[in-house]
Ligand binder design. Structure first.
Ligand code: PLP
Length: 430
């Protein structure tokens, strides 16, 4: 068994002072059971805890670490930048370079605004959508997560065409009623909803690959169907690329699937591990944001030079030719190996993948909807998770989160992961 003495002591202290002992719920391991480890350092594809245990890391800080942890070029950019001060409250050159990079790599973003988290990005994007269209309703998909803004913490009412209900105490019912919820990949339902409410809908917001219900890929033509419905009804299509942006392809999921959204939201990779977010899109929409236009949105630390430096260094690394195809090869190699190991152990198991992002399901495939994802055996995943952790592999501490690949995951590390999974699958048989 791993020595977890120091982590256990820290968690006991943390539980007295932080809600649940953590600053973000999933870190508490509640859905897999047990207690979290406390990280001391991370390098390449590895993360090490305060007790000296090292793990092959498939969480990657939940997405930013696509180039690996503590990449020398990212650290150098940060240390050069911090020498000149941490925050200015006045424009700095790196913000302009970042805007040039994002708009070049994601052509649908003609103008971009930097913020400090993915949550801020999605909140701001729907405010813009409502302000620009003069409409109030937004549409989201069950199983998609867009941060913790009130309008997103909403579950579907009793039927598709009913108004949303709060998903958390503290979210006013009057606000949640403005959020309509659809089932991902259901073509007819989206049509039906637009037939009923089309002229009241400000925007449809979607994770173009769902990374917050494990990993669900869109059916062929689904995003185009949404694009067409939005265009027909003058509603805006928002791709929430906080997770997929710069990951599933250099130009994000919109490049991978060939769709042009009106607005996009980003985070994670563009901060290289520093707190960051961004939203951007059509010029005629973005010019309505203050101070260019009347729709208010601001931030003391937005465009922070240190975050920009880390993000720009990361964006440079991922533009190396072949970077994303290498990530896809690694993802396929690992997922094929895991599926074979499960098959050999006679365990019902299925993977879904896109470059650098994959889902592990304890059920047979296919998985095409949130309802399908929910049928994964979460208790079994929890047991698998802990046997993997004890063997030095850190997977997402939840059966409903995607796993992330970095460019630093070598073949040797992938083979070690597959070997650990063989032992873990065998342990599930007993
Ligand atoms: N949107 C998506 C698709 C996400 O995955 C997340 C976070 O995981 C967010 C928005 C919220 O981002 P943040 O946690 O930076 O607020």
């Amino acid at each position: 068994m791993r020595n977890t003495t120091q982590s256990d002591q820290l968690f006991a202290r943390a539980k007295e002072l932080l809600p649940g002992g953590v600053n973000s719920p999933v870190r508490a391991f509640k859905s897999v059971g047990g207690d979290p480890f406390f990280a001391k350092r991370a390098y390449g594809a590895m993360i090490e805890d305060v007790d000296g245990n090292a793990y092959i890391d498939y969480v990657g800080s939940w997405g930013p670490m696509i180039a690996g942890h503590a990449h020398p070029q990212v650290l150098q950019a940060v240390s050069e930048t911090i020498a000149d001060g941490l925050s200015f409250g006045t424009p700095n050159p790196l913000e302009v370079t970042m805007a040039e990079e994002i708009t070049r790599l994601v052509p649908s973003c003609e103008v971009v605004r930097m913020v400090n988290s993915g949550t801020e990005a999605t909140l701001s994007a729907i405010r813009l959508a409502r302000g620009a269209t003069g409409r109030s309703k937004i549409v989201k998909f069950s199983g998609c997560y867009h941060g913790h803004g009130d309008s997103f913490l909403v579950k579907a009412g009793s039927g598709v065409l009913t108004l949303g209900l709060p998903n958390s105490p503290g979210v006013p019912a009057a606000l949640s009623e403005l959020t309509l919820t659809l089932d991902y990949n259901d073509f007819d339902q989206a049509q039906e909803l637009f037939d009923e409410y089309g002229d009241d809908i400000a925007a449809v917001i979607i994770e173009p690959v769902v990374g917050n219900a494990n990993c669900i890929l869109p059916k062929p033509g689904y995003h185009q169907h949404l694009r067409d419905l939005c265009t027909k009804h003058d509603a805006l299509l928002i791709f929430d690329e906080v997770m997929t942006g710069f990951r599933v392809s250099l130009g994000g999921a919109q490049e991978l699937f060939g769709i042009t959204p009106d607005l996009s939201t980003f985070g994670k990779i563009i901060g290289g591990g520093m707190p960051v977010g961004a939203y951007g899109g059509r010029r005629d929409l973005m010019k309505q944001i203050a101070p260019a236009g009347p729709i208010y949105q601001a931030g003391t630390l937005s465009g922070n030079p240190v975050a920009m430096a880390a993000g720009l260094a990361t964006l440079k690394l991922i533009q190396r030719p072949g970077f994303h195809s290498e990530l896809l090869d690694k993802t396929n190699y690992l997922c094929d190996g895991l599926e074979q190991a499960a098959k050999d152990a006679n365990i019902a198991f299925h993977t879904t993948r896109v470059p650098a992002m994959f889902g592990l399901y304890f059920r047979e495939g296919p998985v095409e909807s949130f309802a399908d994802a929910l049928q994964s055996d979460a208790a079994r995943y929890g047991r698998f998770f802990h046997v993997m952790l004890d063997q030095g592999v850190f997977l997402a501490p939840s059966a409903f989160e995607a796993a992330f690949m970095s460019i630093e995951h070598s073949k040797d590390l992938l083979d070690q992961t597959i070997a650990a999974a063989r032992a873990a699958f065998a342990s599930l048989q007993s």
